[in-house]
Design a binder for this molecule. Structure first.
Ligand SMILES: Cc1cc2nc3c(=O)[nH]c(=O)nc-3n(C[C@H](O)[C@H](O)[C@H](O)COP(=O)(O)OP(=O)(O)OC[C@H]3O[C@@H](n4cnc5c(N)ncnc54)[C@H](O)[C@@H]3O)c2cc1C
Length: 398
């Protein structure tokens, strides 16, 4: 069993957590105010978990990565990772607000001082939300450099035309980062060139050509189609240099992979705790079902996979926080954590038998939610493609 450095025991079933005990305890205390019926009610009403997001914002956790000079906590990525893991381990879901943590990196690393002064203090205090990230398009899909959304200069400002899909939280956010093509694809030497990132102010944008349409999905994840009809963006809202936006987005990918892996790890802890507890308590054929190897071993295996994924994620975080390259580690961490959480979800579902389908047990909700990590924000296939090409030197497969 894992212990804190002071010797205190941690979670009885899952010994993943050790570092940042104060953060873990505070996040767990907030999450305890949002039990499973809160999430079921949100899903029934198809609503954004406003109260949960407000509480996390007011407690400062969503501003963990904003430097202190702009009103944030200035914590390392590992701390943000711990915050998201704890949210998910408690049965809550950070999908309603996690993007603020990783979108921030683009503004922090590539935004001008004026942009940071203008936005970061208000984001840190919760007055502004930067929760939306418009990259994916219906036609281009994973092949981001093929996006069709254009931003053209009209002499005074940029004008955006095109369409995004799966733009999560666009209705709940004040600001959105948008990737658009500024130089046509047939005029660039590499297809990753000629793309730019804009910080679009969504307040008032509906009157200026922006339409947001909600998508119905299998989980309560507020996500949308976004249509741009000549939407104006002033030049001061271009991030970094024109045409270099794709590299800025790539730059943020490692942090995103690590943070999302942390959420998957949290889900995995949730499933393993829940499955092992139920396996001990449920008696059929006059013995606890956990006495059967067919029930016990999948849970134990998923636990072992979770521990391995956690170690890889910690390694990726340590490299990231030391300013070192971590593409390989971050991608492997995301892959292993997504697989581990899914295997834990399956073990938990099977352990619960028919009761896994009963909504009040919360297994089916988390099972549906954790499946997303195989697909978004990057699919498992694309990670394997990255490892095959960039780590193992095989031909590009995509
Ligand atoms: C709930 C949800 C929230 C999302 N939120 C956002 C968001 O906020 N912002 C945003 O920009 N996007 C968001 N996305 C989009 C998400 O990142 C994409 O769905 C994902 O990148 C895959 O794109 P696609 O769905 O078009 O799949 P496709 O690109 O059509 O791929 C379909 C399948 O084919 C596989 N595939 C494709 N090409 C290859 C290849 N060369 N080799 C092997 N396999 C391949 C893929 O791995 C995938 O399994 C979200 C998606 C979901 C479902």
């Amino acid at each position: 069993m894992t212990k804190y450095e002071n010797g205190e025991d941690l979670s009885p079933a899952v010994g993943l957590e050790v570092d940042y005990p104060e953060i873990r305890e505070s996040v767990a205390a907030i999450c305890a105010k949002f039990p499973s019926d809160y999430w079921r009610d949100q899903e029934d009403a198809d609503t954004y978990p406003e109260a949960f997001v407000r509480e996390l914002t007011e407690s400062g956790f969503l501003a963990a990565l904003i430097p202190e000079e702009y009103g944030g906590a200035g914590l390392p990525l590992r701390a943000a990772s711990v915050i998201l893991e704890e949210i998910h381990a408690s049965g809550c879901n950070a999908g309603a607000c996690h993007a603020q943590m990783y979108i921030m990196g683009t503004l922090l690393r590539h935004g001008s001082e004026e942009q940071k002064q203008r936005y970061l203090p208000d984001i840190a205090s919760g007055q502004l939300r930067l929760q939306a990230f418009g990259v994916t398009e219906p036609t281009a899909g994973t092949d981001t450099t093929q996006i069709q959304t254009r931003a053209t200069w009209d002499g005074n400002q940029y004008r955006i035309n095109g369409q995004k899909i799966w733009t999560s939280r666009a209705m709940q956010s004040d600001l959105m980062l948008v990737l658009a093509r500024t130089t046509p694809a047939d005029q660039v030497t590499k297809r990753s060139h000629g793309l730019s990132v804009f910080l679009l102010d969504l307040r008032g944008a509906k009157e200026k050509g922006l339409t947001i349409r909600k998508l119905e999905t299998m989980i309560n994840h507020q996500t949308n189609e976004v249509f741009f009809d000549n939407v104006p963006v002033p030049p001061e809202n271009l991030i970094g240099e024109v045409d270099k936006g794709f590299s800025y987005i790539l730059d943020g990918m490692n942090a995103e992979r690590i943070l999302v892996a942390s959420e998957a790890l949290g889900d995995g802890r949730f499933f393993i705790n829940k499955a092992s507890a139920y396996a001990n308590e449920r008696v059929v054929f006059n013995r606890p079902i956990g006495q059967n190897q067919a029930i016990q071993f999948p849970i134990a295996r998923a636990y072992a996979e979770l521990r391995a994924a956690d170690m890889m994620n910690r390694a990726a975080c340590a490299l990231f926080d030391a300013g070192q390259t971590c593409g390989e580690e971050a991608n492997i961490a995301k892959l292993l954590a997504a697989d581990a959480s899914w295997n834990a979800a399956e073990a938990c579902m099977q352990t619960h038998g028919g009761f896994g389908y009963a909504r009040e047990y919360d297994v089916e909700r988390k099972w549906r939610e954790t499946r997303i990590f195989q697909i978004a924000p990057i699919s498992t296939n694309l990670i394997l493609g990255y490892l095959g090409q960039h780590v193992l030197g095989m031909p590009r497969s995509y």
